[in-house]
Design a protein around this ligand. Sequence first.
Ligand SMILES: Cc1cc2nc3c(=O)[nH]c(=O)nc-3n(C[C@H](O)[C@H](O)[C@H](O)COP(=O)(O)OP(=O)(O)OC[C@H]3O[C@@H](n4cnc5c(N)ncnc54)[C@H](O)[C@@H]3O)c2cc1C
Length: 412
Amino acid sequence: MNKKTRPLVVVVGGGPVGLSVAALLSSNSKLEKFDVHLVDSGSAPTWFRDSLDLRVYALSRVSQNILNSLGVWESITTCRSSPYEKMHVWQGKYDARLGSVTFDSAEVGEPDLGHIVEDSLLRVELIKNLERAGVKITFGAELSSIDIRQREAHVTLSTGEKLSAAILIAADGGSSTVRDLLEMPITKVSYQQQAIVTHIETEKSHGETAWQRFLPDGPLAFLPLADGRSSVVWSTKSNHAKTLCELRDSEFRAKLQSASGNVLGKISSFTKRASFPLQASHAHQYCGNRVVLVGDAAHKIHPLAGQGMNLGLMDAAVVADVLLEALHKGEDPGDLRVLRRYERQRKGDNLKMLLALDVLHRLFGVSGNLMPPLRSIGLSAFDAMPFVKSKIMRRALGYRNQLPGAAINPIV
Ligand SMILES: Cc1cc2nc3c(=O)[nH]c(=O)nc-3n(C[C@H](O)[C@H](O)[C@H](O)COP(=O)(O)OP(=O)(O)OC[C@H]3O[C@@H](n4cnc5c(N)ncnc54)[C@H](O)[C@@H]3O)c2cc1C
């Protein structure tokens, strides 16, 4: 196909999901592909070899496959990533035999349960891929207006630039401007919680294990980092989080030490702290004529299972499959009937995960004298159900009955 006749896709949002969908649609290995223009309101990311990004993600096997099919996984692991083989989940005092659940990759015949990857590294490697494919990227530009017509989406940027796209993909995160400008309805539930993140150095090794303790105010997670430290995600009530963020370093360390139940021994140092408000949200529709929502723009979930980015990367792979197939068949890829194929494949899956995490969050938030011992019994019982645990692990690894092309690419 002559390059000039390729339809233009405008992707709004250069987070990992937007960059991935742009890369999948413009990849050189495809016979049919799209011209893509990606716009992000922020600045271009930089990755530093000598300091680990505060923002990290636990990426599943299927996310790894998607990134591998784009040719970026090897560069990511060469630079820095941290596989984790086990995950311990407990409440109260940690005891491997009682009141806890252990997920072990060996039980499902996998080398690990996933990798911890830095946001900036992921984005830098995806941008290199886009530059190789000749994708135009504009940083520091917002969306001023959108005018949807029958056959095109007209977009004006804050720079004054006007674009006419066959499809507009909103990957602009939980506070999506595209979604708001088009008045696409969404249901939002605030958890009245904030997640505090920091990296800590501990006396004991993390042992390539993710640790998660359920506390009365929310879960506290430790994710193993490549340099031996652990990344903390401490979800707690908003007013408690505010207090914790304002504490002096020594006071914060003491609080974290106590909350950790000393599972990794003494905490010797930690980096700066950042906090993120937590909410669940779900768009009523993932598409309109010429418009598609992906990633957090379509759905936001509690980070307690580290799945938000994984769901977003799956959205990216599915929407790319649907659009490329439509192009291949000579259909109009921006037609609502085509875009609905993406929605049908992703909505149920995302909603199931959102609801499962919401229930889990509420279950561990219920107070009362009887609840902690009942939950401990429940965790022990659950730990003794290998079949159920395997099913959950395979789900968390991203496996589904039907996977998009990019997700079944074997790791080389
Ligand atoms: C504390 C915490 C820990 C988490 N840990 C994990 C984890 O371990 N594993 C996991 O899978 N998920 C995790 N998540 C969820 C994950 O962070 C999100 O699901 C993911 O970042 C969504 O990616 P995205 O690309 O859709 O959106 P974002 O990462 O939010 O990116 C949106 C992009 O759009 C740009 N943008 C915004 N508005 C505009 C505009 N108007 N015009 C142009 N550009 C715009 C922004 O600059 C940004 O680059 C975690 C979340 C939190 C809060």
